[in-house]
Design a protein around this ligand. Sequence first.
Ligand SMILES: *[C@@H]1O[C@H](CO)[C@@H](O)[C@H](O)[C@H]1NC(C)=O
Ligand SMILES: *[C@@H]1O[C@H](CO)[C@@H](O)[C@H](O)[C@H]1NC(C)=O
Ligand SMILES: *[C@@H]1O[C@H](CO)[C@@H](O)[C@H](O)[C@H]1NC(C)=O
Ligand SMILES: *[C@@H]1O[C@H](CO)[C@@H](O)[C@H](O)[C@H]1NC(C)=O
Length: 373
Amino acid sequence: MATFTTALGSLGKLLTPPPPFTDYEYDGLEFRWTIFVFRPALFKMEALLTLAIILYVLGWYIGKAANIKIAKDWYDAHADILAAQFSRPTNGGLTRDGYSDLFNFSTGRRVVASLHTVFTLRPRHDPFQVIFQFLYGFYDFTYEPSDIITLDFKLHANTSAPEGVFAVVRKEQLKTIKRERWDLTFTKTTEHKALPAAFSVMSEFADISETIFKEFGNFSLIKVLNDAKVLPYLISLSITDQPAERPTVPLLPEERGRHLIVKFSIPSGSQVNDTKGFVTSLFQLVDIVGTKFGSALRPDTKSKLRKIREDLNQQLKVESTKEQKEEAEEAKRAAKLRREQERVSRLSAAEQHKIMERDRKRSMRKAQKVVKK
Ligand SMILES: *[C@@H]1O[C@H](CO)[C@@H](O)[C@H](O)[C@H]1NC(C)=O
Ligand SMILES: *[C@@H]1O[C@H](CO)[C@@H](O)[C@H](O)[C@H]1NC(C)=O
Ligand SMILES: *[C@@H]1O[C@H](CO)[C@@H](O)[C@H](O)[C@H]1NC(C)=O
Ligand SMILES: *[C@@H]1O[C@H](CO)[C@@H](O)[C@H](O)[C@H]1NC(C)=O
């Protein structure tokens, strides 16, 4: 009996939690209220965490505000140019997609069906991404995150803009740009002596680049690209009739559209007005592309371009019909299986068992045959 009580006693000791550890000398700051005691020094970890969260939220707000300011400042500096060009320079105003992408959309102009203005800004709202970008810069020295604006002019379907892909691209982009822009896989990359050394030309045929580099009235693309205020900012300028992603079905000419797409770093602060001249000249360029460029190309260039597109469509057609056939066969097989399952489910239990047994033997025979082969 005695041993039992001792055993119970030690079990009880095991089950009760140890008394709270309170016997040490606490001589720090202390707040007391009736039975409650608050000793701030014991909550260092929590205080640090709270501080970190506050800093993160603050950083997020400051970063977001900084991004909106960069986009808005640029837009305001160039708003008079857009207002002079479009009857509806902004449709609905600022649209935000996430915290680093902002859009504006302009319509109502001859030659241009729409201008999509996209700001792709650094993820200033997210301290972790900012730190990551900073560290990545040590790993890849060519990596220079920056604020980028893309002006995507979509031309009216009734313009005479020719088929063809042409681009002027900053050399650092050459390594990666074909991965992002399928349309540029149509081109060959060359150097052009009249361009700054920082740029390369990507063109389907030499005739395309030679033609677009000619003077049209008082406009010269070569002159624009040599402007000291364009050189530090321009990332790529492309004229294209193909989508950025490879289509899965043949595209009709009117589905392909014609675009002038220009990407450049956003000047900010005291430089914000630097790209005004460039943006103004883009409107001259888009007019030339929409009205004069096509007729200035050699007829044999145009027929070669047409041939390339016909061949591509043929290839896409073969691929998509093959895919459709495979999908149709797969659907047929699935339907047959479903019908069979429905039929079996209506039979009696004994018959169902018989069929299952038969199927099992059949698949075993099949497996054996495969092994024998
Ligand atoms: C779009 O245009 C409107 C009106 O001009 C302007 O208030 C807004 O800031 C613009 N959007 C961006 C992203 O700047
Ligand atoms: C081209 O189409 C647009 C809209 O579809 C129209 O506003 C414009 O007048 C047309 N231009 C010509 C030359 O037909
Ligand atoms: C270029 O010519 C167009 C008309 O063809 C004219 O409107 C424009 O002001 C001229 N620009 C310059 C810089 O001379
Ligand atoms: C940009 O130009 C506008 C008007 O042309 C002017 O009011 C503004 O001060 C200029 N900004 C800078 C930073 O030079």
